[in-house]
Design a binder for this molecule. Sequence first.
Ligand code: ASP
Length: 440
Amino acid sequence: MEKEKIVVAKFGGSSLADAEHFRKVKKIVESDPARRYVVPSAPGKRSREDEKVTDLLYQCSAEAHRGGDYVSVLNKIKKRYQEIIDELELDVSLEREFAVIEQAFLSDAGAQYAASRGEYLNGILLAAFLGYEFVDAAEVVRFDRNGVFEDERTNFFLNERLSRTERAVVPGFYGADDAGNIHTFSRGGSDVSGAIVARAVQAELYENWTDVSGFLLTDPTIVDHPKKINAMTYAELRELSYRGATVLHEEAVYPVRREGISIHIRNTNHPEENGTFIRRKIRPEEEVAITGIAGKKNFVAVSIEKNRMNAQIGFVKKMLEAFEENEIAFEHLPSGIDTISVILQKDEFERKKDSIMESLHRLLKPDHITVDPDLAMVTVVGKGMRSVSGIAARFFSSLGRADVNIKMIDMGSNEINCTIGVKNDDFDRAIRALYDELVE
Ligand code: ASP
């Protein structure tokens, strides 16, 4: 028998910011009966100047904690939900819920509990509006006492619970430990919740509905109207997200990747548009040489020089030990014969600078250590780079023409990415030059 198709649809905060968006969401959900499980965020911004309910909740709990005026913030939150209830004429009252929440604020239930209520309450409203069952994430999404997400136990509970539920709304962003204390993922974490629900029900597709029509090839604040990415692999998404492209939470890829469930990023306001597919393998007709260009500023390069470094066994090991001692992760490790550089995030380096220097001098007895501050990393990602010759030549000549000085090059060993280090000041220019040459 053919397996029944299940789609998990996660809707972001701007897609559920007010009654009008709730109506759009309902239309989308109802247009495909396979959309059996829905994961909502908390109401987001209705306009640029508006406030997200999650931010208001953090504010509210902080005010309550310091004995300040939390009531006026709480009233703003109540009003947001009441407007949705009234406009949609829902037969729901959140009065009792709010009484419990207020009590919890006063007994200092903590910021994670506070923040989670945004999704919790929105889930109750959405379930009522869709006529779906409400499944509280606190029952099925498991964290340990220290707030570390427990994926296997969660998968077990979710699978067990949802296999008995034909259609359900499971709020995103939070879960609970065995004692019932609420824990949240990091900000934007409803994407992660959507992915773990998709895994638990063995969905065919994980739809992630947001307010943009998919991933853009590069940052639109740097390049005017960049093209959209139609499809990419999980690995490419991972590279691009790590390098600064936002849309989807970084951690949302793992649960679906291991099961081979595709992700489809779509626009709630324009469901007719294609969005971006993220799959294990992209289809031949979707192949392009360059998938995306992303980057981040504010790195440093710590370069260590020592005569005859190449002949010393264990030099790199000792160097890495120096960073390990200081609990600092590195990004890249370009090396020459007698020099090796370590690229680190600048803020972390600044915080631990003296201690890192002490460790390096003690363990390595180097001839020189120099620090190059204010570096930016720019990465071009594309599985297609492997098969198109001449890309590297065009890559570097475009940067030369744009007068961008390249401080470091790292071609990933899987050949799906090439990263360069440039001065912070050259960052925008480098991205524009690469986009113009390799994409346009
Ligand atoms: N509401 C949470 C946040 O604003 C989680 C989410 O929207 O994914 O971060």
